[in-house]
Design a protein around this ligand. Structure first.
Ligand SMILES: [Mg+2]
Length: 105
């Protein structure tokens, strides 16, 4: 059996189960990732495979959410947030550099 392209599989899942069901599955998968990360934070190193599995589940559901919601709006918000993150990193680097320069005086 030849594997269908993942975009087609996601589209068929949305058509087959419906948007509401897939939104619910997305919620559940996010909750499972939160639970797996909590175990990892508690120092359970055996939680790593579970974290990886739940990241995969969430990524699969995020790709379906991008089909359900306006992906252009998502991309626009993402671009703004990445720019903001870049600015925060650069600001911290400048502050750190200034502190070091101050300490040398
Ligand atoms: Mg899961």
């Amino acid at each position: 059996m030849k594997m269908m392209a993942k975009g087609k599989i996601y589209k068929r899942a949305i058509n087959e189960f419906g948007e509401t069901t897939q939104l619910g599955v997305a919620q559940e998968e996010c909750a499972e990732l939160i639970a797996a990360l909590s175990k990892y934070f508690r120092g359970d190193v055996d939680a790593i495979p579970k974290v990886q599995e739940e990241i995969a589940d969430v990524e699969i559901m995020l790709e379906q959410l991008r089909m359900i919601f306006d992906r252009k709006g998502i991309d626009k918000a993402k671009k703004t947030k990445i720019q903001r993150l870049h600015f925060r990193i650069l600001s911290r680097e400048v502050e750190s550099h200034e502190r070091r320069a101050q300490a040398e005086v």
